[in-house]
Design a protein around this ligand. Structure first.
Ligand SMILES: [Ca+2]
Length: 262
């Protein structure tokens, strides 16, 4: 390990929709229901039908729009769901996701929303806040104040998240790696300690880090190798701070139990 030092935990992966032109539309007429629509930072995003009624089940499928009617309801560019569900898949990430957060805003109280994790039962209702806290086996959901927080029990992870609505804005999906997934900083390259298979592929990893640093620095232009390394060092502290904030906001099991029984 000569020449390497611990650089902090792996950074969270963020889907913030900032790389798309305002008004970019997914779903009808471009995409079939269930189809892959786009990816950001290796999170795969599909467009799914929205369940608007259960027993008998009724679904709709229309459009997800960058900005759209939710444009003025978020500090940065959101994704607006107009009678559609959005499915985020984490299978291409280099780590297991054990915690995740997503900001949302319901634009009409008369509109139906969906929420599901890991392919489990789909919550269908007018208020995401009524989604069950045990959203999927081993996964706790806390939905409050415009923020969905998912946390996995030990031995479980979050591999997919479906959220949809008839008039729903979402932004800033943050997928947090399992604790202990470390980045080691070397001279001129970055390797991942927990996934040895990536140690020979530092270019790919450095590129991913660069993308994160770029996005976390409000999408500055790519930095040179030297300043990029300096940024990466700073970035590890940034990621520690942001991860700490997320862990602080993650509900304890006791709190989840209280919430459920309340
Ligand atoms: Ca955004």
């Amino acid at each position: 390990m000569a020449g390497l030092s611990a650089g902090g935990t792996l950074p969270p992966t963020v889907v913030d929709f900032e790389s798309f032109a305002m008004g970019t539309t997914f779903g009808v007429p471009t995409h079939e229901a269930g189809e892959f629509a786009f990816s950001q930072n290796d999170v795969l995003v599909h467009v799914d039908p929205l369940i608007v009624r259960e027993n008998p089940q009724e679904t709709v499928f229309f459009q997800a729009i960058i900005g759209g009617a939710a444009q003025d309801d978020f500090p940065t560019t959101p994704l607006y769901a107009d009678n559609i569900a959005i499915r985020f898949e984490f299978s291409e990430l280099d780590f297991l996701v054990t915690s995740a957060t997503l900001e949302y805003k319901i634009l009409s109280e008369a509109s139906v929303q969906n929420l599901a994790v890991n392919g489990g039962d789909v919550f269908v209702g007018l208020d995401l806040g009524l989604a069950p806290s045990e959203i999927a086996p081993g996964i706790t959901a806390m939905v409050d104040g415009g923020l969905i927080t998912l946390s996995a029990d030990p031995g479980f992870s979050i591999f997919s998240l479906v959220i949809g609505g008839q008039e729903l804005g979402i932004d800033n999906l943050v997928a947090v790696p399992e604790p202990g997934a470390l980045v080691l900083l070397g001279v001129g390259c970055l390797v991942v300690s927990r996934r040895p298979s990536y140690s020979h592929n530092s270019a790919k990893w450095a590129c991913k880090v660069s993308r994160f640093v770029t996005s976390s620095r409000r999408r500055r232009c790519s930095a040179s190798t030297t300043s990029g390394l300096a940024l990466a060092t700073n970035f590890s502290f940034d990621s520690l701070a942001s991860q700490a904030a997320i862990w602080r906001s993650t509900p304890s099991r006791a709190l989840a139990e209280r919430t459920r029984s309340a």
